[in-house]
Design a protein around this ligand. Structure first.
Ligand code: IMP
Length: 178
């Protein structure tokens, strides 16, 4: 596969679409097993989770619902370290089994913030699913429950992940060429 250019930067192929699809199918099957007899509510974090959410959802065979929230926190290729605001959890989620669906957990700031915010609304349970996890960048004692791939701390685009708004539509995941 050739490199791709996004804005001013070049990215090399990293995780193929085939491999991603196989892994997402496994995550869907695991969720099916873990939530047998329940009706989880998957909450996707916009914009990055849209593609992962759409794929994951189609691999969950049992009844489930979805919703989306939005947090703004990240600019360029480095985390600003500031989680600002969450929009969209207006529905009553009391007693629901929640699975937060993210594109990537990097420092973990967003994940911790979201878990805290959602906990305030008294769900029955909260789990966290992410297609990518950068464990070396983590600043909190958390580990996502469903992880697609653990990756080194390189900046990546594709499969929903962007570099300043572009690159989300790439079917494969690419990493920044140093
Ligand atoms: P965290 O709060 O540092 O864990 O960052 C979470 C958010 O940062 C993700 O939802 C992404 O939007 C963004 N992010 C972190 N790493 C990358 C990356 O390598 N590529 C694109 N976006 C990233």
């Amino acid at each position: 596969m050739p490199d791709v250019n996004v804005h001013d930067k070049t990215f090399s192929p990293f995780i193929t679409a085939d491999l991603i699809q196989k892994r997402v199918a496994e995550l869907g099957a695991a969720i099916d097993t873990d939530y047998a007899g329940k009706k989880p509510l998957l909450i996707g974090v916009l914009n990055g989770s849209v593609i992962f959410m759409a794929d994951l959802l189609r691999h969950i065979k049992s009844a489930c619902e979805i919703g989306f929230i939005r947090v703004s926190s990240y600019h360029g290729t480095e985390s600003s370290g500031k989680v600002r605001n969450v929009m969209g959890i207006n529905d009553d989620i009391t007693g629901r089994d929640i699975i937060i669906v993210e594109d990537i957990v990097d420092t973990g700031d967003t994940a911790v913030y979201l878990i805290d915010e959602i906990k305030k609304k008294n769900p029955a349970s909260i789990k966290f699913a992410t297609i990518l996890f950068k464990p070396t960048a983590l600043r909190h004692a958390i580990k996502p429950d469903y992880i697609g791939f653990e990756i080194p701390p390189a900046f990546v685009v594709g499969y929903g992940l962007d570099y300043d708004g572009l690159g989300r539509n790439l079917a494969d995941i690419y990493q920044l060429k140093s």
